[in-house]
Design a binder for this molecule. Structure first.
Ligand SMILES: C[S@@+](CC[C@H](N)C(=O)[O-])C[C@H]1O[C@@H](n2cnc3c(N)ncnc32)[C@H](O)[C@@H]1O
Length: 281
């Protein structure tokens, strides 16, 4: 089901120097690479911005249903520095990539419930799928297929394990593919799709991904929804002639292709969707 991949390093193996040494090693590699690309001043600014970004910390470590979700299904989708470190990425786009921070479980369910679609007709694609949390949450709805794209081999490997461990009686989509690849190179299927973004990359890469989506819509006009959590670069969709806004809230925005065809007023959720996304799961 999922693309197999070579692993050149086992996560959390504990290795020679123990966990402390691994953390120090991970941090110093991240720093060296950041300084090489952002410079010393740029790196200092980046760290300061992160340190004072309360939303980031709340998202990463706040109570959001994550502990229950992971425990209920015997999976691991938490943020973690060791598994987040991107030394395994030999791709020039890594510098534009975000560290792994998962979407809060309850927030994602709320966003899914707002999608005005018949799930059977749509493929769900997570651009920068991390450990696969949203792939699994989305699989509780009867999407036609679910696809995750991830650049880090470490995170991809965790996703494979999570997909194998996840057993839910109510799982409605079992056609889940996770691809170890640069999302910038991905051609979305020529069918109705929901493209999910939780700020996987900085603007230069995001702009290229949006252009690719636009070219795909130009070649094959069809319903496409963009589900964008903490939409830092939403102007890329807001100013595009291929998309129009469906909904914008404090936390997320939904855009639909101009061929998408639904007005927010005419949207009635499919029966059963809210039950399937109930927090008790
Ligand atoms: C903020 S996390 C979001 C994870 C997941 N989508 C979620 O919401 O739980 C962003 C993810 O994008 C990945 N990423 C960054 N650049 C990428 C690229 N060019 N192609 C694919 N994945 C990328 C990172 O490794 C990270 O796992």
């Amino acid at each position: 089901m999922c693309q197999a991949s070579r692993v050149n390093r086992t996560m959390g193996s504990g290795g020679g120097g123990g966990r402390g040494a691994e953390v120090v090693g991970a941090v110093s590699r991240l720093l060296r690479r950041s300084i090489a690309h952002r410079g010393v001043v740029g790196t200092a600014g980046f760290i300061l911005e992160l340190a004072f970004n309360r939303r980031f910390w709340r998202r990463a470590f706040g109570k959001d249903g994550t502990a229950e979700f992971d425990a209920n299904f015997g999976i691991d989708t938490r943020a973690s520095l060791l598994q987040t470190e991107i030394q395994d990425i030999v791709n020039p786009n890594w510098i534009h990539g975000a560290l792994y921070t998962p979407t809060p479980v309850e927030r994602f369910r709320e966003m899914l419930a707002a999608l005005p679609i018949r799930h059977q007709e749509f493929t769900f694609i997570d651009f920068g799928s991390g450990k696969g949390r949203v792939l699994l949450l989305a699989s509780e709805l009867p999407f036609r297929a679910i696809i995750g794209l991830e650049l880090s081999q470490n995170l991809h490997q965790v996703t494979l394990r999570n997909l194998a461990s996840y057993h839910s009686e109510t799982q409605a989509c079992k056609k889940i593919d996770c691809l170890l690849m640069d999302a910038i190179l991905y051609d979305v299927p020529l069918e109705p799709s929901v493209c999910y973004f939780f700020n996987p990359f900085q603007e230069p890469v995001m702009a290229q991904v949006v252009r690719r989506l636009e070219a795909s819509l130009e070649a094959a006009p069809r319903p496409m929804f963009i589900l964008y959590y903490t939409p830092l670069f939403q102007h890329l969709f807001a100013t595009s002639k291929y998309f129009r806004e469906f909904r914008a809230t404090e936390y997320y925005a939904i855009y639909q292709s101009t061929e998408g065809g639904l007005s927010p007023d005419s949207f009635v959720p499919e029966p059963g969707v809210r039950e399937r996304l109930s927090p008790s799961r």
